[in-house]
Design a protein around this ligand. Structure first.
Ligand code: UD2
Length: 312
């Protein structure tokens, strides 16, 4: 039986992929260092073989990859502002960790690695939607680090014949996303604050837009990427998103209806390293994986608010 490894298994996206695999009755191992992952995210995943370990340690990578056929590499320090404050840590936990993992995967005879790329790789180009043929233009240390991981994936496919697939995620949100850090994703922060009757802060004028992608779509894309024929997907990179965008101001208004929050947002200066608009072209994932979104933004946001309302 195939054994799957999920890195960052105590994080929001990793735990969601692990839960979907366990629900299918698969053999799942998880690894997390708890730098940003949460022990509470492992509740319900008791059937997973969990290793507490850090991918910056090659020995931990070797232990995690032993006997594994497919890896979902979700571990990262996922935040633009965190990388602006501390680019070295972002590099270690995104680039060095990814290279260590690839080395261990290759040594252990892993067949395929599916990698969590980031839409930040496109940078602040005015062209919308962002398609995979565009030159990358990373503008934050985080974007550079996630993009470096993509290049390592492709190089390992080319040079060593390890099957690798890159999914470029666009602003993923949903249940289990940590809302407690100022490095958290905006929707997690807004849900938590607005449900508590606290004023959210919008950086900039709120007219920046995102292709916010509900977690179930990203899990779906990962499962397809793991199963797709190698000749179609190995060494490839593709967007994993919804294919529609919404401004932060409009998102705030929807959240006001969903949460019952009565106030206005506070506006603050724009954040360094921020991108103005983000929207994915999702045709390539459609062609290569048969991917299309299974939950739209509004329904995803409704489910997310309900989850935070029930107390995370
Ligand atoms: C980037 C990537 C995303 C993912 C993520 C890391 C882009 C377009 N997206 O997300 O794919 O890799 O990094 O998890 O590069 N904001 C507020 N108030 C807050 C918090 C955020 O206004 O309290 C704004 C923020 O300034 C930005 C937007 O909300 O304009 C989204 O911010 P984010 O941190 O949720 O995600 P982002 O776009 O940096």
């Amino acid at each position: 039986m195939t054994t799957y490894l999920v890195t960052g298994a105590a994080g929001f996206i990793g735990r969601s992929i692990a839960a979907a695999l366990l629900a299918r009755g698969e053999n799942v191992r998880g690894i997390d260092s708890f730098i940003t992952g949460k022990r509470t995210n492992l509740v319900g995943l008791e059937a997973m073989d969990f290793i507490e370990g850090d991918l910056t340690d090659p020995a931990a990578c070797a232990r995690a990859c032993e006997g594994v056929e497919i890896v979902f590499h979700e571990a990262a320090l996922a935040s633009v502002p965190r990388s602006v404050a501390d680019p070295v840590s972002t590099n270690q936990n995104c680039v060095t960790a990814t290279l260590n993992l690839l080395m261990a995967a290759r040594a252990a005879g892993v067949r395929r690695v599916v990698y969590a790329g980031s839409s930040s790789a496109y940078g602040d180009t005015p062209t919308l939607p962002k398609h995979e043929g565009m030159l990358p233009n990373p503008i934050s240390p985080y974007a550079v680090a996630k993009l470096a991981g993509e290049h390592y994936m492709r190089a390992f496919a080319r040079v060593y014949g390890l099957e690798t697939v890159v999914l470029r995620y666009f602003n993923v949100f949903g249940p289990h996303q940590d809302p407690t850090s100022h490095y958290s994703g905006v929707l997690a922060i807004f849900c938590r604050r607005m449900l508590a009757g606290e004023q959210p802060t919008i950086y900039g004028d709120g007219e920046q837009s995102r292709d916010f992608t509900y977690i179930d779509n990203v899990v779906h894309a990962n499962l397809l990427a793991a199963a797709a024929p190698a000749e179609k997907v190995s060494g490839q990179m593709m967007n994993a998103a919804t294919g529609s965008r919404i401004t932060l101001n409009d998102t705030f208004r929807i959240l006001r209806d969903l949460t019952g929050y009565k106030g206005e947002p506070m506006y603050a200066p724009p954040r360094a390293g921020d991108i103005r608009d983000s929207l994915a072209d999702i045709r390539l994932a459609g062609e290569l994986l048969g991917y299309s979104p299974i939950v739209d933004f509004r329904e995803g946001l409704r489910r997310t608010v309900e989850w935070y309302r029930q107390g995370e």
